[in-house]
Design a protein around this ligand. Structure first.
Ligand code: ADE
Length: 410
């Protein structure tokens, strides 16, 4: 796909800035580069095309692979990064603001590389491979999936007996979800909200829908900034955990009356809908950080609105019949990627190192079909390496302590 050459320099700058804070990925690249383990391998990816992702893609390329890349969300693609990647020899098929039709066309073009390995974020590539591009499945050694929503879809495919690939659940590795989902989302969502709105968080009532690892991270960071956090959860353990963490927990119907800022991170649809918009306070701000733009029902907002206006970049204000205004951020797409740069670099250093080692694992092993956990040694190695780069020494157990843990008699 033709990229804008004028953007190359800006993209390269962004990428080289990210590299400064990705010592783990750099160390794995240095360890493997001489052997060119991915030589003659084609890797098709569907990821958020920003600078840290570029570091992963260039690493795969430097280890010998031919790489194609589609963007995993129309608004998370950064065109300058794409231009730089293209200049470096990655086949890029994405443009910020692409339509739904262009999005699917780009997935197809990325797949035309006829991959041996697939790296997905949200499972759109893998779903396409199982519907319209099934002829490619026999040549694919395996895949890796980056995000919770993708894993949920893959598990649904597996339980309905259609998943024909071995897919490593990178999202479910401790080196991923404990850090990326929690601290990564925690910081990047705050970043996205602040960049778009410039409002004060202290004193606001922030409603966080979903108390998985992402929701926990966002609630924690909002609380630290002085917000009063309300958690909306359907799962009793998670709701109770939210209460133990010092938040209020209630239904969306109750929270809708109280919130100043609403954030959805559930992975489900219609989390905020007509009956909630109808009772919200004037001026409420609505943002989503779940993978798909289905959590805030935009159709309902459109139906209720008598007018709408762009209040600021990435803010569409809906004016309702009674004069109330509701402000939707980034079209209800991932606010941390559509209106900011995604997770902090050091966090993606971990996630993308796990992705890299999983790609090497797929290359070296034959996987059986199904959703497969990240091998324990990879999961531990990535975090150990991170600690090393931070100068953190782990405690070593004495032989006596190891014996004690192995024994059951006093
Ligand atoms: N940057 C690249 N991929 C990302 C992801 N899945 N979440 C947040 N930031 C990212």
């Amino acid at each position: 796909m033709k990229q804008d050459k004028a953007l190359v320099e800006e993209g390269l700058k962004k990428i080289s800035w990210a590299w400064n804070f990705m010592p783990v990925l750099r160390s794995f690249e240095a360890e493997h580069v001489d052997k060119q383990p991915l030589k003659n391998k084609r890797i098709c990816t569907c990821l958020h095309l920003e600078a840290k992702t570029a570091c992963l893609l260039l690493t795969l390329k430097n280890l010998g692979a031919e790489v194609s890349a589609a963007g995993s969300n129309p608004l998370s693609t950064q065109d300058d990064v794409c231009a730089a990647l293209s200049a470096k020899g990655v086949r890029v098929y994405s443009k910020r603001g692409m339509s739904a039709r262009e999005y699917v066309a780009n997935l197809n073009k990325a797949l035309d590389i006829e991959p041996h390995i697939v790296i997905d974020d949200g499972a759109d590539l893998i779903a396409l491979l199982h519907t319209e591009r099934q002829e490619m499945l026999p040549n694919i050694r395996g895949a890796a999936e980056e995000t919770t929503t993708g894993i949920n879809r893959l598990k649904a495919m597996e339980s309905s007996g259609v998943l024909a690939l071995g897919v490593i659940a990178v999202n479910d590795a401790k080196s991923k979800f404990l850090f990326d989902n929690r601290y990564g989302t925690g910081q990047s969502v705050v970043d996205g909200i602040l960049r778009t709105t410039n409002v004060l968080i202290a004193g606001k009532v922030v409603v966080v829908a979903g108390y998985g690892w992402c929701g926990r991270g966002v609630a924690m960071r909002m609380q630290a900034l002085g917000a009063k956090v309300i958690v909306v959860e359907a799962d009793p353990h998670k709701a109770f955990e939210a209460v133990m963490d010092g938040h209020a927990a209630m239904s969306m119907k109750e929270a809708a009356l109280l919130g100043d800022l609403f954030l959805t991170l559930t992975g489900n649809r219609d989390v905020i809908r007509k009956e909630h918009f109808e009772i919200m306070k004037d001026g409420a701000i609505l943002g989503n950080a779940g993978h798909f733009d289905v959590e805030i029902n935009k159709k309902h907002l459109e139906e209720l609105a008598v007018d709408k206006t762009v209040s600021r970049e990435n803010i569409l204000t809906y004016i309702l019949k009674d004069g109330r205004k509701l402000h939707l951020l980034a079209e209800g797409r991932l606010v941390n990627l559509a209106a900011a740069d995604g997770h902090p670099i050091e966090i993606m250093d971990l996630s993308f190192s796990t992705q890299l080692l999983c790609a090497l694992h797929i290359n070296d092993n034959s996987l059986s079909a199904g959703v497969i956990p990240v091998p324990e040694d990879i999961d531990r190695l990535v975090v150990k390496r991170k600690l090393e780069t931070m100068g953190v020494t782990l405690e070593e157990m004495t032989e006596g302590q190891k014996d004690y843990l192995r024994s059951w008699r006093e």
